[in-house]
Design a protein around this ligand. Structure first.
Ligand code: CP3
Length: 344
């Protein structure tokens, strides 16, 4: 078992810097697209444990990554809560029954994750049988899941979400409570099934003003972290990835996650200054930098590794998910550069 990633998450000394990549299983791989075609549609792929496990393995074997991430999607939680979820090829995810009123919210329930998301637990169990690297489970953060729940899909300015926050804060708080309970129970179920680390994806939190982050998201994320710590102790590291969070980092630390995931818009040296030595950090190469020639990728990797040196622990990653058009050689180049330059 390669436990370098687990050690880095815990802030223990490692022989080299481990790397995994957000969205490492996906459409930039022809091997993924073949399995996806076999499944038919994306949600069927997520709900077929043998196929979900197969695509989870693909990038590990191809590139020598140091961790695997469960293949699934953050929106399966919204579906299990009672929202009608569809993925359209060009439009992305759509929820046909968004939450706009108290009645809408009353129809949503906190799912029994072991039962209603049993296919996820099944995938995790399959993966743990033969993975040689640690397995990351994940969930969306309450705010990011709330944006999909309320907007009914992707959004530009999150008008409906902010309107609810500002004009009907009691309804927003009750929705967030339900989402928070669902996420905590879902992550706990993943850990019991075999996930060794969990990541909370907060993809859209960067649209919040810092004081709104403190009021409308921080308490919920902190509650999930505290709940999981209470149940599982220090054994299972928690990564909180707050996308577009350069202006929020001082507050992000208050979640008390073990690992702070950062995006690429902040220089690693500044992140180190703000985050300090109590946390491990994950990041933060621009995903589009994978379109650079290999020698330029190497220079950027060297720069990030050098600036991350003072940290308690560093997990290399991109600053957000790899995009479907990414050349496979770029992915290979970043993994090799991280391993070689950090002493593997
Ligand atoms: O990282 C991994 O390899 C694990 C798989 C994973 C997927 N989605 C697979 C996926 C993970 C961790 C996610 C998380 C996710 N899903 C997030 C948070 C991370 C982020 O990128 O910010 C969000 C916001 C979603 C919601 C989502 N799922 C959107 C907006 C879309 C459509 C846009 C797109 O990229 O196509 C999806 C679909 C999705 N999730 C795909 C994959 C591989 C593409 C589906 C396909 O095969 O057609």
């Amino acid at each position: 078992m390669n436990d370098t990633f687990l050690k880095a998450c815990r802030g223990e000394k490692t022989d080299y810097t481990p790397i995994w990549i957000m969205r490492q299983a996906g459409r930039y791989l022809k091997e993924y697209k073949a399995v996806r075609a076999e499944a038919g549609d994306f949600l069927t792929l997520c709900k077929t444990p043998e196929l979900a496990a197969k695509v989870t393995h693909q990038p590990i074997d191809m590139f020598g990554l140091d961790a695997a991430i469960l293949f699934s999607d953050i929106l399966v939680v919204n579906e299990a809560m009672g929202q009608d979820l569809k993925f359209y090829e060009a439009r992305g995810p759509v929820i046909e029954n968004p939450v706009r009123t108290r009645k809408d919210l009353d129809r949503l329930r906190v799912p029994d994750a072991e039962d209603e998301l049993s296919y996820v637990m099944e995938t995790i169990k399959l993966l743990r049988r033969d993975l040689k690297v640690p397995l990351i489970g994940f969930s969306g953060a309450p705010f990011t899941l709330a944006t999909y729940a309320i907007e009914g899909g992707s959004s530009k300015n999150f008008l409906n979400t902010k309107r609810m926050m500002y004009q009907n804060p009691a309804l927003y708080a009750d929705l967030m409570d339900k989402l928070t309970d669902s996420v905590q129970a879902y992550l706990a179920a993943q850990i019991r099934a075999g996930a060794q680390v969990v990541q909370i994806f907060d993809s859209w939190v960067g649209v919040l003003d810092p004081s709104d982050f403190v009021e409308f998201e921080l308490p919920y994320v902190a509650r999930i972290v505290a709940g999981l710590k209470k149940e599982f102790g220090k054994k299972v590291p928690i990564i909180y990835f707050a996308n577009n969070s350069a202006s929020l980092l001082r507050e992000v630390k208050k979640t008390k996650a073990d690992v702070i995931g950062i995006d690429w818009r902040i220089d690693m040296a500044d992140a180190v200054k703000q985050i300090g030595k109590r946390f491990a950090v994950q990041g933060n190469l621009d995903p589009l930098a994978l379109f650079l020639p290999p020698d330029k990728i190497r220079e950027r990797v060297a720069d990030i590794l050098r600036k991350a040196k003072p940290l308690r622990g560093h997990v290399f990653n991109l600053g957000h998910g790899v995009v479907p058009e990414t050349p496979v050689e770029g992915v290979r180049a970043v993994v090799d550069a991280v391993h070689e330059l950090s002493g593997k």
